[in-house]
Design a protein around this ligand. Structure first.
Ligand SMILES: [Zn+2]
Length: 211
């Protein structure tokens, strides 16, 4: 059982100032990449990145609903296009503790394969979350490699807008889950299984990172 976080409230009762500990749950915002008129990458047999990312996110949502220790929100729940700024804004409004944008990769070369994670370049306002962003990325990639056999392509810095606008407020990761242009990776991208792995890692990393 996860210990959870403790929020200390000062309550004035009579003449006594009492410190009361209350549990708060970490807020996780999952961002299924693309949507609506933006299909993202188109893979083997016409499979669309926007459909895979939404399926994974909806499974995450369902799994989180069973978890009493996690508040999980999606930036979109349907096949609709949300601007990158609006996705980031939601994370800020909800005061997210973690932000994970989910994508799938594509390459002209059919042999390109594996998972990789991107975090914002270290810099003003970002540094305090860089360590946590990298830690979450490493755990996600290691687990994908060990549990599903994805090649681990490592953690990289990138100037993606959705990262730049969230990484100043919370740890933020953009995860590219396999190449939908590679038949072996496509077999590994089983949305429910991927969601199970991601939710486990978020639970574990949050426990590890509690100050
Ligand atoms: Zn994408």
């Amino acid at each position: 059982m996860k210990p959870g976080r403790l929020l200390y409230l000062l309550i004035l009762s009579g003449n006594l100032l009492t410190a009361v500990a209350q549990q708060t749950r970490p807020v996780v915002v999952i961002d299924p990449g693309h949507g609506g008129t933006d299909p993202g990458a188109i893979g083997i047999q016409g499979i669309r990145e926007k459909d895979i990312t939404l399926k994974i996110a909806l499974h995450l949502r369902a799994l989180a609903a069973e978890d009493q220790n996690l508040d999980l929100y999606l930036t979109r729940y349907t096949d609709t296009l949300i601007s990158l700024s609006a996705r980031a804004r939601l994370a800020r409004i909800l005061k997210a503790d973690w932000f994970v944008s989910i994508h799938c990769n594509w390459a002209n070369h059919p042999y390109a394969r594996g998972t990789e994670a991107f975090v914002a370049f270290p810099g003003t306002g970002v540094d305090m979350y860089t360590r946590k962003s990298i830690a979450l990325s490493i755990d996600l990639l290691d687990t994908m490699e060990d549990s599903s056999g994805f090649k681990n392509r490592g953690v990289k810095f990138a100037g993606f807008r959705v990262l730049n606008q969230t990484a100043t407020h919370c740890p933020a990761v953009l995860l590219e889950i396999g190449f939908i242009s590679n038949p072996e990776d496509l077999r590994r991208i089983a949305p429910y299984r991927i969601a199970q792995l991601i939710i486990r890692i978020i639970q574990e990393i949050d426990e590890k990172c509690i100050p």
